[in-house]
Write a protein that binds this ligand. Sequence first.
Ligand code: FAD
Length: 310
Amino acid sequence: MKTLVWVEHDGGVLKDATLAVVTAASQLGEVDAVVAGKGVDAVAAAAARIGGIVKVYVADDDSYDHQLPENVAPLIVALMADHDAFLAPATSAGKNIAPRVAALLDVMQISDILSVEAEDIFTRPTYAGNAIATVRSKDAKKVITVRGTAFEKAPDEGGNGTIAAVAGAAASPGLSRFVGAEIVKSARPELTSAKVIVSGGRALKDAATFEKVIFPLADKLGAAVGASRAAVDAGYVPNDYQVGQTGKIVAPEVYLAIGISGAIQHLAGMKDSKTIIAINKDEDAPIFQVADIGLVGDLFTIVPELEAAL
Ligand code: FAD
């Protein structure tokens, strides 16, 4: 089987999410990759160094600047003439592109896979991760999104893939245009690749209190900051901090859940973390059912004490 992996990047740097996708693809067969963008030589070179990559197709063109999915999908469809499976990370970018590719190929997408059982059999979460479905696809061409936390990352060095320039499949179909991007700049690690995450919930009261209590602890630990949906909806932090079923899926070494009850939709995004530490004043809070270490008490006392002790 020949697979094609979507290389996620920000125009200059290859995103880590790609590495887990390469591992998933390598369980299906030979792995090629596609880099689309404008001025993406460095990304293509980084992709060629990933262990296991055979060939990197590079489409460097104005129409792929900002990787508008409407423009990128026809390019991938053209490359799929020589490939049996297309795999993308189940990130916002991957989830924007893969369904369009599936629709253009007239196949069903296999979403958010957790494992490859056979060339045509995969597992994937359903009911917010409460059940794992084993699915078989009879489509000749597979379009797959991969849950990054379920696969080891392929090595980002040591590979020796060849790089091949490809012409754009088509000029911009004119369905969308790039207007602007507001990127949150933070010195903290990115949520989905952080080793330690400090997350706060509704109990943090407001944006100023969240910042005062959670940020210093996160900074001492070199951690990323996450939040429950209740905290995001109440405006304590921007919504790209949200962890859970409708937020980001994370699996860090250590996840601190502070003033978070542990609703099923929150657990769906963090229960695969290696060590879960919960601080909650309610000893019956469901978060304690998944926590490895639980502290029952008032977060406004415990967190400053913890931070001072570090
Ligand atoms: P609460 O449930 O209100 O919990 C607050 C906790 O803080 C309580 O356990 C309380 O005991 C504790 N507490 C209060 N004061 C203190 C104190 N001083 N010290 C210590 N502890 C204290 N939620 C997500 O998080 N992510 C999602 O992606 C998500 N997706 C959803 C999708 C759908 C379709 C739906 C219906 C819901 C979704 N939710 C999601 C919402 C989810 O159901 C919960 O409402 C939400 O997670 C609750 O957030 P919370 O734990 O911060 O707030």
